[in-house]
Design a protein around this ligand. Structure first.
Ligand code: 4NP
Length: 157
């Protein structure tokens, strides 16, 4: 059965669209695009309709990742449409927990940190919005780590 995964951050213009695009690139490279459906959303809707932050698009492009997503706010129906809803940090997690319409829906929420293997010092994906270039590079390093784990866990199912 097709796995449907939603990545969620605050604005849906930096971390979660990068996670979606990076995971999509891994999924495509394994020929799994019929198996796995990906999307991303933000707990805050203030950037709805916008493309990802140009700094994130540039940093991702340098790693061969093309981010084409347009920002949207997460909504209650997403808990019906997706099997896993993956939060970038604890604030996102708590906002999703409040939005989830049922206990079953709450069980679909994960923290991205659960998939980190090579970055034991990081318990969340830090918001790069007010950071310099290094902040975006750090986010991409963490996303590479977690997306690789997520893919291998799905492949083992
Ligand atoms: P993101 O980064 O949650 O990774 O997309 C942010 C984008 C925008 C804002 C905060 C974080 N903002 O406050 O507008």
């Amino acid at each position: 059965m097709k796995q449907r995964i939603l990545f969620v951050c605050l604005g849906n213009i930096c971390r979660s669209p990068a996670a979606e695009a990076m995971m999509q690139s891994l999924v495509d490279s394994r020929g799994l695009h019929d198996e796995i459906y990906l999307d991303s959303a933000g707990t805050y809707g203030g950037h709805a309709g916008e493309r990802a932050d140009a700094r994130m698009r540039r940093a991702a492009a340098a790693r061969g990742i093309d981010i084409t997503h347009r920002s949207r706010q997460v909504r209650e129906e997403d808990f019906e449409r997706f099997d896993m809803v993956i939060a970038m940090d604890d604030n996102n997690y708590e906002a999703l927990f409040r939005l989830a319409p049922s206990r079953e829906a709450q069980f679909k929420i994960f923290r991205f940190r659960e998939f980190l293997r090579r970055h034991p010092d990081w318990s969340y994906i830090p918001d790069p919005y007010y950071e310099g270039h290094e902040g975006f590079e750090l986010v991409l390093d963490l996303l590479e780590d977690g997306c690789a784990t997520l893919l291998s866990e799905i492949e083992q199912k």
